[in-house]
Ligand binder design. Structure first.
Ligand SMILES: C[S@@+](CC[C@H](N)C(=O)[O-])C[C@H]1O[C@@H](n2cnc3c(N)ncnc32)[C@H](O)[C@@H]1O
Length: 275
């Protein structure tokens, strides 16, 4: 199996998602905190996503793949009925499930009635669904006619500078290791995402947001990469030890910071609005 196939296989292996990467909110929270702290220009991303549709205040919202529940307070500012939904019980217990109604579910078989939501959120999660068309059909089924589904995700080239130094770190230990420009999120991205969504929705519009991560020192970069360790160790399959990889990454970053005051990583994310 190629290294990319291994990455993709791990990215939507439900046992792995539930028992490792999303067993608790800890690792996701590192990535969320990094984006919140180091993104420039400063933007409240969750409000930006939710601001892509009109709100009346009477909506029922299903947040599918809600993770640690970052959207919950932002939805609650707009309406009363928020349901936190996730494949991982641990995520619900650590996050929005503590203070909101919650459902432990798989997007491919949502245990909620037809036409019951005014808004379905499926943000930064479709890339984890093994059968995306099945998941998207479920989002359409539970959505009322006239309702809106929002699916945020990343662009193909997002965070390329980070992918480049990751590859450099791998290659400095194992020169034949193939360059990997993909990540788990490549399984559902801005490019081509519309085709998947159009299997269930007549209308799909994309709104794009570009920004930067601006790191002042190596540690937050190392921490960010460390939060994805569960996936990448599967890809390395023992050819590269995590400690060697992290040491190599640190050396590359130290060299960078010897000459520059910051490490800039370009980001391109977006939100598909579907109905
Ligand atoms: C990257 S997090 C996104 C969290 C949140 N939507 C956000 O944008 O901050 C992906 C979440 O999707 C959940 N997930 C993965 N596959 C799922 C599935 N098939 N059904 C429901 N949730 C799923 C994971 O457990 C994880 O909490």
């Amino acid at each position: 199996m190629s290294v990319i196939d291994k990455l993709y296989k791990t990215g939507n292996d439900q046992k792995h998602l539930k028992e490792k990467s999303y067993k608790t909110a800890e690792k996701l929270n590192v990535r969320i905190a990094t984006h919140q702290k180091y993104t420039q220009p400063k933007i409240e991303f969750y409000d930006w996503v939710l601001g892509q549709i009109d709100w009346s205040g009477n909506e029922t919202v299903f947040d599918i793949g809600c993770g640690s529940g970052e959207y919950a307070p932002h939805v609650s500012k707009r309406c009363d009925q928020y349901f936190a939904c996730d494949l991982s019980l641990g995520m619900l217990q650590d996050g929005a499930g503590k203070s909101h109604k919650c459902v432990n579910l798989d997007a491919m078989g949502i245990p909620l009635a037809d036409n019951s939501a005014d808004v379905v959120l499926a943000n930064h999660m479709i890339y984890h669904i093994p059968d995306q068309a099945k998941g998207v059909a479920e989002f359409r089924r539970v959505l009322k006619d006239g309702g809106r589904m929002i699916a945020a995700t990343n662009s193909d080239g997002s965070m390329q500078e980070l992918k480049d130094i990751r590859s450099k770190a791998m290659n400095s230990i194992f020169p034949d290791f193939p360059k990997i420009d993909e990540s788990v999120t490549s399984l559902f991205k801005l490019e081509g995402g519309e085709e998947v969504l159009k299997t269930a929705f007549d209308n799909v519009e994309l709104r794009v947001l570009e920004s930067w991560l601006v790191f002042p020192d190596p540690q937050p970069v190392i921490d960010y990469v460390g939060s994805t360790r569960d996936w990448w160790e599967e890809v390395f399959s023992g050819t590269i030890s995590w400690q060697d990889y992290e040491n190599s990454l640190r050396m590359i970053l130290d060299q960078h910071f010897a000459e520059h005051s910051e490490f800039r990583v370009s980001k391109k994310t977006g939100a598909f609005v579907c109905w």
